[in-house]
Design a protein around this ligand. Structure first.
Ligand SMILES: NC(=O)c1ccc[n+]([C@@H]2O[C@H](COP(=O)([O-])OP(=O)(O)OC[C@H]3O[C@@H](n4cnc5c(N)ncnc54)[C@H](O)[C@@H]3O)[C@@H](O)[C@H]2O)c1
Length: 390
C-alpha cells in the first residue's frame, strides 16, 4: 500500500498493440497483435470497478516528480478540457500541465491542482497569457472550439473552429515549435489541414508531429463490438481508418481482434453506430453539448501513447488522422500509426489490404467527401492569407 503523501500512481496502460514487424517499410502483421487495453488507475483511491488487468499490461510506478513531459491544453475549461485535464493530472509521465482558455480556466486549474499527484498545474487565461502556456510544451492538445448542437453536422462547426485552430496553431508555431500537436476541435477532417497550412507558412511544419485525434472512434468501435459479440472488452481491438465525420469513419471489422464472424447485418449496424455515435450523445444531451467524457478518456489514451512514444517505448501504436500517402489522392487519412521519439515513426498502410467487399466499397465512397473536407481546410488558410494582404 502506498502512502498518499508520495502520490504514487499505478498506471496500467497499453493503448497500443504490440506486434512484430517484418523487415521493411510498412511491414505489418495484424495477426500478431497481443490484445490489451488502456485504463487509468490510481492505486490509492481508484480500486472500484476496474476491469481485470491482463498479464501483458505494464504498471508504471511514479514517485513525486518522476514524470518529465510538459503538456499544454488549449480550451482547458471546456466540456472536454476539464475532464481531460483531470486525467492528465493522474499521468506519471507528465511533470507539468498548463491549462489555457479564453475564460474560466483559473478555477479549473486551482481545483485540479489540489489532487495529490505530482503533476504541477498552472492556469493561463486571455490571449496575452497564451505564449506562457506554451513555453517548453512537449505536447499541445487543442479541444478549443464550439461543439455540435442537435441537428448540426460537424461541418457546421467549420466557420468558427477553423479560425480558433488557426489562431492557436500560429501561437504553437511561435512558442512551442517542436511540440506534438493533438487537434480535437471539429471538423477534424478540415481543422488538421488548416493546422498544417498554418505551420507551413510559419516554417514549422513537421508532419510527424501533427495529429487529428480519432481515438474516440476506436474506443467506441471496441466497446460496441465487444458488446455485440460478447467478447471481453479488454481484448477487443478494431482499427478505424479514413476520417472523423459520418461515413468518412471506416471501422475495419474484418481486421478486428480477436477475429470474430460478423453477419452482413451486424457489419452494417455496427458501422452505422460507430459513424453516428456522436449524434447519439448530442441527441441524448439535448442541447447541452456533445461527447465530452468519452472524448476526454480517448484523448488521454492518445496522449499517453504519444508520451510513451516520445519516451522511447517500442511498439506504441494508435490510430490517428495524419498526413500520409496510404491513399494517394488523400493527403490526410486516419490510419494506425507507430509513435516514436519524433511523433509518427511509421504509418501502417498494410491494413488497407485485404479489405472485405463492404469495406472496400465504403473506402471508395468516402474518398470524395474526405478530399472535399481536406481541400476546404487548405482553401480557408489561403483565403485568410489573401484577405490579410488586401
Ligand atoms: N475529435 C473528437 O473526436 C471530438 C469529440 C468530441 C468533441 N470534439 C470537438 O471538441 C471541441 C470542444 O468541445 P467541447 O464539448 O469541449 O466544447 P465546449 O464549448 O464545452 O468547450 C470549448 C472550450 O474552448 C474554449 N475556447 C473557445 N475559443 C477559444 C480560443 N480561441 N482559445 C482557447 N480556448 C477557446 C471555450 O472557452 C471553452 O472552454 C468541439 O469542436 C467539438 O466538436 C471533438
Amino acid at each position: 500500500m502506498v502512502a498518499a503523501a508520495t502520490a504514487t500512481l499505478s498506471f496500467a496502460s497499453v493503448p497500443c498493440r504490440k506486434h512484430q514487424l517484418r523487415r521493411g517499410a510498412n511491414a505489418f502483421n495484424a495477426q500478431q497483435f497481443s490484445a490489451s487495453s488502456s485504463h487509468w488507475q490510481h492505486s490509492a483511491t481508484l480500486k472500484w470497478g476496474l476491469p481485470r488487468l491482463r498479464a501483458a499490461k505494464r504498471v508504471i510506478v511514479a514517485r513525486a516528480g518522476a514524470g518529465s513531459y510538459k503538456v499544454a491544453i488549449l480550451g482547458a475549461a471546456g466540456g472536454i478540457g476539464e475532464p481531460l485535464s483531470l486525467l492528465i493530472k493522474m499521468s506519471p509521465l507528465v511533470s507539468a500541465l498548463r491549462l489555457y482558455d479564453i475564460a474560466n480556466v483559473n478555477g479549473v486549474a486551482a481545483d485540479i491542482s489540489h489532487c495529490n499527484t505530482p503533476v504541477e498545474v498552472a492556469g493561463f487565461t486571455g490571449k496575452e497569457e497564451l505564449a506562457g502556456s506554451l513555453a517548453g510544451a512537449d505536447v499541445v492538445v487543442i479541444p478549443a472550439g464550439v461543439p455540435r448542437k442537435p441537428g448540426m453536422t460537424l461541418d457546421d462547426l467549420f466557420s468558427v473552429n477553423a479560425g480558433i485552430v488557426k489562431e492557436l496553431v500560429e501561437a504553437v508555431a511561435d512558442h512551442a515549435p517542436g511540440a506534438l500537436i493533438h487537434i480535437i476541435s471539429n471538423p477534424v477532417n478540415s481543422t488538421v489541414p488548416v493546422a498544417a497550412e498554418v505551420l507551413k507558412r510559419k516554417g514549422a511544419y513537421d508532419p510527424r508531429k501533427l495529429f487529428g485525434v480519432t481515438t474516440l472512434d476506436v474506443v467506441r468501435a471496441n466497446a460496441f463490438v465487444a458488446a455485440t459479440k460478447g467478447l471481453p472488452l479488454a481484448d477487443v481491438d478494431v482499427p478505424v481508418v479514413g476520417g472523423h465525420a459520418g461515413t468518412t469513419i471506416l471501422p475495419l471489422l474484418s481486421k478486428a481482434r480477436p477475429k470474430a464472424a460478423f453477419t452482413d447485418a451486424e457489419v452494417e449496424e455496427l458501422t452505422a453506430r460507430i459513424q453516428n455515435a456522436g449524434t447519439e450523445v448530442v441527441e441524448a444531451k439535448a442541447g447541452a453539448g456533445s461527447e465530452t467524457l468519452s472524448m476526454a478518456y480517448a484523448a488521454a489514451r492518445f496522449l499517453e501513447a504519444s508520451l510513451r512514444g516520445l519516451d522511447g517505448d517500442a511498439d506504441v501504436y494508435e490510430c490517428a488522422y495524419v498526413q500520409s500517402q496510404v491513399v494517394p489522392e488523400l493527403p490526410f487519412f486516419a490510419s494506425r500509426v507507430k509513435l516514436g521519439r519524433e511523433g509518427v515513426e511509421e504509418v501502417v498502410g498494410s491494413e488497407l489490404r485485404g479489405l472485405s467487399e463492404y469495406e472496400a466499397r465504403a473506402l471508395e465512397a468516402l474518398k470524395p467527401q474526405l478530399k472535399a473536407s481536406i481541400d476546404k481546410g487548405i482553401a480557408y488558410v489561403q483565403q485568410q492569407e489573401e484577405a490579410a494582404l488586401n
